[in-house]
Write a protein that binds this ligand. Sequence first.
Ligand code: SF4
Length: 119
Amino acid sequence: MQEKKIICTVCPIGCTIAVKGEGGKILSIEGHTCKRGEEYSANEFLHPVRILTSTVRLKGSDMPLMPVRSNKPLPRESLFDCMEEIKKTEAKVPVRCMDVIIKDILGTGIDIVATGNAE
Ligand code: SF4
């Protein structure tokens, strides 16, 4: 059996929720004080995801790096490989905030987008 303590980030209260599970199934959830926390902790236990933030090299600008992020949360297990892909990428000016820098990164269906502007 696996047990995880999860801090709920759905609201600022930040309840600590204990989730127990086995074989991809939830056995118990304790410590949440509302339904939203129950759903959040179950998803976090079974399929943890994160918004990925990073930088890419920028060609043709005084700014050496452009900040980027994923446009949706990525599965946590794919973050390392996505970072490696981002490291290999070079953006060219002009870049506008929310321009797609890497489309469908590693076939996840999620794009890496710029979070700044550069001429
Ligand atoms: S469990 Fe409910 S009350 Fe607690 S942090 Fe999550 S959303 Fe907020």
